[in-house]
Write a protein that binds this ligand. Structure first.
Ligand code: AMP
Length: 394
């Protein structure tokens, strides 16, 4: 039986999902947390709500991967290492090198490591995961699936910043965009729900999770997206500021006696929903406190920024067939979806409250009369990884 494992490696974690392919059935999934620290947490979920959990010290990603594969054999989820026929890795930054998923050879691995300059928190961790699997399964194909790849098709007019051109030429400073796997997946699904070939569709995808980004997809191709050189740009996020006037930085650095790293840390970790509300970065906490004035305005700002991106992308696309909501907030928060869309009635966009209250499955949440369709589509980045491995394996 052919089994593919989809990996999302962080600096101290390894999230994974094991598929039987080409059936696309998930047979087990889990996470190893606190790698390199004391009391690492190792969890496998499998079968009918069965769970294996242990707390031991796991020194590094190599140890984590060996423990994972051996435990899968112990639990009889795998017969042997040989049953794994492909490993897919989520890689955050592919720079200008990759506009699609690729088989990882030495050159690809080196490029991923070199791109650490652009994604210092993510690419080195992704590379650790890749190397750990390569050590244990040297003969098995491994594939890199990049967060940036879907956006590599953006035209110059979208990806160039209005900075001296040599900053792009010399240092590759430009918009890259992220969450590409998710935007691509839900755009494809939305085209199916529209009943049209994706080449004939104009879709705006809203990935609203802890990190959030909006993408304009024209004929299946990303033509603009709200995140930028890093995932700090765009709409208001859990702890990230999104777009702000760059001149606020030197002003605040002087007032607060902060250096540039402290300032950027504030923009990444103490801003957004957390900074505005003073309560939490988690949307569930904010919804539970929405009667508080500072929380109400936080929610209003979140919806406002998303609505403004959608409005500008209607212009970029010169029309739109469907708007899609996905990820933690986009899939679960009916109130925010309604607030965003209710401000767009002029476009002919109308939410159906009954449909909008539904959870779980792909759902049309606009009224039958709505000129623009609005969809809620659960994203599945792991499945895209497994599919890309399967496609490159054959
Ligand atoms: P993600 O990064 O995709 O896992 O999304 C995380 C975000 O989704 C957090 O802000 C959560 O509060 C939010 N979220 C998850 N479930 C719900 C829910 N039922 N209602 C509102 N927000 C939710």
């Amino acid at each position: 039986m052919s089994k593919t494992i989809a990996i999302n490696a962080g600096s101290s974690s390894l999230k994974w999902q094991l598929y039987v392919m080409p059936e696309e059935t998930v047979v087990a999934k889990g996470i190893v947390e606190r790698i390199g620290l004391n009391d690492s947490i190792f969890t496998i979920k499998y079968g009918e709500d069965q769970k294996y959990e242990t707390i031991v010290d796991i020194a590094d990603h190599d140890v984590a991967v060996k423990m994972l594969l051996d435990q899968l054999i112990d639990l009889k989820i795998l017969a042997s290492y040989d049953e794994i026929t492909g490993v897919g890795h989520r890689v955050v930054h592919g720079g200008e090198f990759y506009d699609r998923s690729v088989i990882i050879d030495d050159e690809v691995l080196k490029n991923i490591e070199d791109l650490a300059e652009f994604a210092p928190l993510h690419n080195p961790a992704n590379a650790m995961g890749i190397k750990a699997f390569k050590h244990l399964l040297p003969e098995i194909i491994s594939v890199a699936v990049f967060d940036t790849a879907f956006h590599a098709t953006m035209p110059e007019v979208s990806y160039l910043y209005s900075l001296p051109r040599e900053y792009y030429e010399d240092f590759k400073v430009r918009k890259y965009g992220f969450h590409g796997t998710s935007h691509q997946f839900v755009a494809q699904r939305a085209a199916e729900m529209l009943g049209k070939p994706i080449e004939e569709t104009k879709i705006i995808t809203c990935h609203l999770g802890n990190g959030a980004s909006i993408t304009a997809v024209d004929g299946g191709i990303s033509v603009d997206t709200s995140m930028g050189f890093t995932p700090l740009a765009g709409v208001t996020m859990g702890t990230r500021a999104g777009d702000i006037d760059a001149s606020t930085l030197p002003f605040l650095m002087e007032k607060l006696d902060l250096n540039i790293n402290e300032m950027v840390d504030t923009l990444n970790k103490k801003s957004g929903l957390l900074g505005l509300s003073g309560i939490s970065s988690d949307m569930r906490d904010l919804e539970a406190n929405s009667d508080k004035p500072e929380v109400r305005v936080t929610l209003d700002i979140f919806a406002d920024r998303i609505r403004k991106y959608i409005g500008s992308y209607v212009t970029v696309l010169n029309g739109v067939d469907a708007i899609v909501f996905t990820a933690g907030i986009g899939e679960n928060d009916a109130a925010i979806r309604e607030q965003i869309i209710n401000g767009m009635s002029w476009f002919g966009c109308e939410i159906d409250p009954e449909q909008n209250a539904k959870r779980g499955e792909d759902t049309v949440i606009s009224t039958p009369e709505s000129k623009i369709k609005v969809f809620m589509i659960p994203t599945d980045e792991e499945l895209v990884i497994a599919r890309d491995v399967e496609a490159l394996r054959s």
